[in-house]
Design a protein around this ligand. Structure first.
Ligand code: DC
Length: 228
């Protein structure tokens, strides 16, 4: 059977990565978390003092882009790929509030997006990939055979992220998280380069009231239809 390309876009914290990861495992495809890539660039910028009082030192970041190598290695125990920045496992570091609070401005930079999109297209060459992000169905793979646009209310999404952080034993404050979710929604959908928007041919999934199991079933059904 021909392996298709599956693009899953949508708002932050609406369970895109869980969905994409589960679907990839179920159908034997490779899962690529493109948000993790923008988070890696952000972590790199934070560690190297590229965030200044006047904003991001863009010239320096542009110069250092070639020093940023992002790779994924499958973690059999977790059942998903782990993210590595220059060979270092950073799966935990890239999910902190500090990175979450700095990632949106990094993701608005044209030269950062250009570099990430090129790597993503390379990773997805030949199909058999489930990629989640914001611009996968619109920019990275505009011809993807199956496109899903996922959303849920900001409050539901903040609660989910809060639960996830607490579960991992990390510090979390619901009000801070809700503010972060709302701010990122705004920046992600109003930025000049590749703003978050539903592709014309994407299927809309609002999962505010859905369980993970219901969502999985729905998604598998769409996969079956797309691969008939
Ligand atoms: O999915 P996430 O929350 O890990 O994404 C982190 C940030 O990266 C988010 O603010 C939007 C941005 N992003 C993007 O601009 N384009 C993508 N394809 C994926 C993520």
């Amino acid at each position: 059977m021909k392996k298709i390309t599956i693009a899953i876009d949508g708002h932050s914290s609406c369970g895109k990565s869980t969905m994409a990861k589960d679907l990839a495992r179920e159908v034997g495809y490779v899962y690529v978390d493109t948000g993790a890539m923008y988070r890696c660039v952000t972590l790199y910028a934070l560690r190297n003092g590229l965030f200044t009082d006047n904003g991001i030192n863009e010239d320096e970041l542009r110069r250092q882009m070639d020093n940023i190598h992002i790779t994924f290695r499958f973690n059999a125990e977790a059942g998903r790929p782990d993210t590595y920045l220059n060979g270092e496992l950073v799966e935990r570091e890239i999910r902190t509030m500090e990175v979450s609070n700095h990632v949106s401005p990094i993701a608005t930079l044209g030269f950062v997006r250009q570099a990430m999109v090129a790597q993503q297209q390379e990773m997805g060459r030949g199909g058999g990939v489930v990629m989640d992000g914001r611009d996968i169905g619109t920019v990275v793979f505009p011809h993807a055979e199956l496109k899903i646009f996922v959303t849920a209310s900001a409050e539901v999404r903040a609660q989910r992220r809060y639960d996830e952080l607490r579960q991992k034993g990390m510090e979390a404050d619901y009000a801070d998280i809700l503010k972060n979710v709302q701010e990122r929604d705004y920046i992600d959908s109003h930025r000049e380069v590749s703003p978050l928007r539903q592709a014309d041919d994407a299927l809309l999934l609002d999962n505010s009231e859905m369980t993970i199991a219901q969502q999985k079933e729905w998604l598998l059904e769409q996969f079956r239809k797309a691969t008939l």
